[in-house]
Design a protein around this ligand. Structure first.
Ligand code: ATP
Length: 356
């Protein structure tokens, strides 16, 4: 007959699909009963009607049935009380002291931050953030994205998750995960696409919550989609993340490049290392003859790079509507290839290594 210890050991490998931690470590397994070849357990979930309950139920049952001598497994799903939920959230927060900094910002967290900035709006900063995040995840990194463009959030739309709402456990927010990228955005907290009408201090508070009140779990890199320009949020990011690196996005036009230089200079003044420039919408390449048309002129990327003393890390061609899904480019498209190359340049610049 198996023992309770064996049952717990077997279930240690089962992870909560949302928070990616062992259900045993999270103390979700209760009431283990063993009678001959029959094992029954109760698994407590954070909310009733948890959409992932069947996934957990099946994983637990499979693990129990794989134990030697177990022929029948019963899994009862229950719901945590408020008190249990609060304990669960504090386990995820992993904070020994209420005053200690959020896990993501601790010096030993080993997380790299990359802020994506532009001068002018509409140059494709969010498109670059989203596609770079996906390309980094494709290289095997664990990636998070903070949509810090709090008034002009567009990251959820690009990833096609505008209708999704994150799970919140005792005020701890579980980021939405899509294409192996964890996302958090103001969009998830604003009903019906209402405009956000907050002033600077509230915006800063929201940004801080995106670090402190979100369960990021294990991530190697977090990208921040900054609002365009050099306003309050950009200042807050510089203060909050003194070690963040920065990527500047521009289009080839001179006027976009001039403003992008200003955003870059602000980053440099606050000691953010600018790792390079992305020139977006560089040219349109004719599908049949391969000829490049420079619809927005030429040279913006180089202009910004030389003013900031860095390199142009990627030139992303203009896509036709059928080449993009929401704003994400498939890996085989010219844009997808440009983002793969960009990810491969960004990884060493962040001091990270490509994962096997
Ligand atoms: N390489 C590209 N080819 C074609 N369309 C693109 C490309 N890059 C971005 N776009 C389109 O340009 C528009 C603006 O892009 P995006 O929202 O990423 O810009 P942004 O700089 O983040 O804007 P804002 O600062 O206003 O948030 C979007 O409709 C996007 O799909």
């Amino acid at each position: 007959m198996v023992t309770k210890e064996q049952v717990l050991e077997a279930l240690r490998d089962v992870e909560d699909p949302e928070v990616h931690k062992s259900i045993v470590e999270l103390d979700m397994v209760r009431d283990i009963e063993i009678s001959g070849s029959t094992v029954s357990v109760k698994v407590l979930l954070t909310i009733t009607g948890c959409p992932l309950r069947t996934v957990i139920e099946k994983s637990v049952s499979d693990k129990l049935l794989a134990l030697p001598g177990v022929e029948q497994a019963y899994v009862e799903i229950g719901t945590m009380s408020d008190e249990e939920r609060a304990k669960f959230a504090s386990k995820l927060r992993g904070r020994e002291e209420p005053q200690s900094p959020p896990a993501l910002l601790r010096p030993d967290a080993g997380v790299e931050f990359l802020a994506v900035a532009s001068g002018k709006g509409g140059v494709g900063k969010s498109t670059v953030t989203a596609n770079l995040a996906k390309a980094l995840a494709n290289e095997g990194l664990r990636v998070g994205v903070i949509d810090a463009d709090i008034y002009g959030f567009s990251i959820p739309g690009i990833f096609g998750v505008k209708e999704t709402r994150p799970t919140v456990i005792d005020e701890l927010i579980i980021p939405i995960e899509v294409d192996n990228v964890k996302l958090i955005s103001m969009h998830f907290f604003v009903p019906n696409n209402n405009p956000v009408v907050w002033r600077g201090p509230m915006l800063g508070k929201m940004l801080r919550n995106f670090f402190a009140e979100v369960h990021w779990g294990d991530v190697d890199v977090v990208l921040l989609d900054l609002p365009p320009g050099t306003g309050d949020i950009a200042m807050d990011v510089h203060q909050l993340l003194p070690k963040s690196k920065e990527l500047i996005v521009t289009t080839p036009q001179t006027n976009a490049a001039d403003v992008a230089v200003r955003a870059g200079v602000m980053g440099q003044r606050t000691n953010h290392e600018i790792i390079g420039v992305v020139e977006n919408m560089s040219y349109f390449e004719c599908g049949s003859c391969g000829e490049k048309a420079y619809l927005f002129g030429r040279g913006g990327g180089n202009q910004v790079a030389s003013a900031l003393n860095v390199s142009v890390l990627a030139q992303v061609p203009i896509a036709s509507m059928d080449e993009q899904q929401n704003g994400l480019f498939a890996p085989q498209t010219p844009q997808g290839k440009a983002f793969k190359a960009l990810a491969q340049a960004v990884i060493p610049a962040l001091g990270l290594a490509v994962q096997a």
